[in-house]
Design a protein around this ligand. Structure first.
Ligand SMILES: Cc1cc2nc3c(=O)[nH]c(=O)nc-3n(C[C@H](O)[C@H](O)[C@H](O)COP(=O)(O)OP(=O)(O)OC[C@H]3O[C@@H](n4cnc5c(N)ncnc54)[C@H](O)[C@@H]3O)c2cc1C
Length: 457
């Protein structure tokens, strides 16, 4: 049996794992990434490959090199939401251009960079369990590599093993506030293909979405004007969707995708839920998908994975230096997440909950009748105060029959703001957590009452 000791052991070599390890190595700690895939396959991860313009990555690796190598389309300036009822599409311009990546190359460069700044990477290493001391502190992990049992000791284990991380099934979180209220129904199942087409698409500057009846959407994200990442997903509380044939039909029915040939296929689960209430336990921190750090309406998780990994590792480094890796010592990481993107993700999750109570036909009719930009504004929270009077009148006439839903939407929006404000007050230590949680759960009760939706949590 092989035994190894590190300051920090990072489980998973995706976005979160690579940024966590690079952060630790840059600060001079001994760190290893344990990745179950082979070195050749590592970085091959199911993704739509799109990144919003405002996304910022922690500056612990050579970001210019990352972009030059893997950001194949940096000209994404708008999102188009196609109307399934053949009505008016909704188009939203971005303030700053976004990008679509070659996800495999991006994953390879992240690992290459983590290694360059000093991390070890052990491939083909499948983590199967955690080691816990009698007081519950996580002290390492065990697993297998090429049939051999292996074990690693660590001051802190960073769980970057992605959605539905096995480590969380194995860890005893009793006596901590680590969020274990995690169910399949809060996840989305998604599948994507990378497709070559024979004619350049006209929308190489746009990411394109089309709603599906399972409360998900089809997407078409151009890596270049002839290489498209096309995919779809469905929320796991909805009836199962045959994703491969649905995508094939959708692609074949688009005249703008000329003679499509599939060059890569992959699927995975992703958390379309609020971030974990707490993602820390003694000696243990979860980051990225393993802590629900994904935008629950778009499925965008790359920026959350990168940022949370950076904050978590910084916190772990201070805790190790102080000789105290308790839940309290790591807690500030939770607050950093919640008061940054966490409050936003928790708030927009309410629109998912509201969406489950209307059929796609109702939603489509409503989307068709409300002027596109104003619906987008309503969801984005930028307000509709500037809506000219004529448009307002048109909306009133056209949306007749949907006033109930629109009134509900307005109430949900007000609750979303209340929730976001409450996340801003996330407690600075675990002692304040039960009171904070009880107020938050009260807001959620109001939302279930307004929408008539089944509780998601
Ligand atoms: C189909 C699809 C489309 C998406 N589209 C987008 C998009 O367009 N834009 C966007 O920003 N986000 C998108 N996302 C989400 C995004 O891919 C994730 O949020 C992001 O990859 C999370 O990074 P992570 O490092 O937390 O997890 P992952 O990228 O999942 O990495 C986890 C790593 O851990 C390894 N691992 C798991 N278990 C073990 C174990 N027991 N032992 C050792 N290693 C292990 C895995 O092999 C993997 O390498 C999409 C997700 C899916 C599924």
């Amino acid at each position: 049996m092989t035994a190894d000791a590190y300051d920090i052991v990072v489980v998973g070599g995706g976005t979160a794992g690579a940024f966590a390890a690079a952060t630790a190595a840059t600060e001079g700690l001994d760190v290893v990434i344990l990745e179950r895939k082979t070195e050749t396959d590592a970085g091959h991860i199911a993704c739509g490959d799109a990144i919003k313009g405002k996304s910022t990555f922690p500056d612990v690796i050579d970001l210019d090199y990352l972009k030059d190598e893997s950001f194949t389309n940096r000209e994404i300036s708008r999102a188009v939401f196609e109307n399934p009822a053949d009505g008016e599409d909704i188009e939203i311009e971005f303030g700053e251009p976004g990008a679509v990546l070659d996800r495999k190359r991006y994953g390879e460069v992240l690992l290459e960079e983590a290694e360059r700044v000093g991390s070890d990477i052990h491939y083909e290493t499948v983590v199967q369990d955690v080691q816990q001391a009698d007081d519950g502190t996580v002290t390492g992990v065990t697993g297998t590599r090429n049939g051999d049992h292996i074990s690693y000791d660590a001051d802190v284990v960073i769980d970057a093993a992605g959605a539905l991380s096995i480590l969380q099934d194995k860890t005893n979180f009793g006596h901590t506030f680590f969020d274990t209220n995690v169910q399949y129904s809060q996840f989305c199942s998604a599948y994507r293909e990378v497709i070559d087409v024979q004619e350049p698409v006209e929308w190489a500057d746009a990411i394109v979405f089309k709603p599906t009846k399972e409360l998900g959407y089809l997407w078409y994200f151009p890596r270049t004007d002839t290489e498209i990442n096309a995919g779809l997903g469905f929320q796991m509380d909805q009836p199962e969707m045959q994703m491969v044939p649905e995508l094939k039909t959708a692609v074949e029915n688009r005249p703008d995708l000329v003679e499509p040939t599939v060059k890569d296929k992959l699927g995975a689960a992703l958390p379309t839920r609020r971030p974990y209430d707490s993602a820390v336990a003694p000696g243990y921190i979860a980051v990225g998908d393993a802590a629900g750090h994904v935008n629950p309406t778009t499925g965008g998780g790359i920026p959350g994975a990168a940022k949370s990994a950076y904050w978590a590792t910084k916190r772990a480094i201070s805790a190790i230096a102080d000789g105290d890796v308790s839940e309290s010592a790591l807690w500030e990481y939770n607050r950093e997440v919640m008061t940054d993107f966490g409050k936003h993700f928790a708030a927009i999750d309410l629109y998912n909950i509201w969406g489950t109570t209307s059929s796609v036909q109702e939603l489509t009719e409503m989307v068709s009748s409300v002027p596109g930009q104003h619906l987008a504004d309503a969801l984005a929270g930028t307000g509709t105060a500037s809506m000219p009077l004529l448009l307002k009148l048109r909306t009133l006439v056209d949306t007749f029959g949907h006033w109930g839903e629109l009134s509900e939407l307005a109430k949900v929006r007000s609750k979303a703001q209340e929730l976001s404000d409450h996340y801003e007050r996330y407690p600075s230590d675990p002692s304040g957590f039960p009171t904070w949680k009880s107020v938050r759960d009260g807001i959620m009760e109001d939302v279930y009452e307004i929408t008539g939706a089944d509780p998601k949590y």
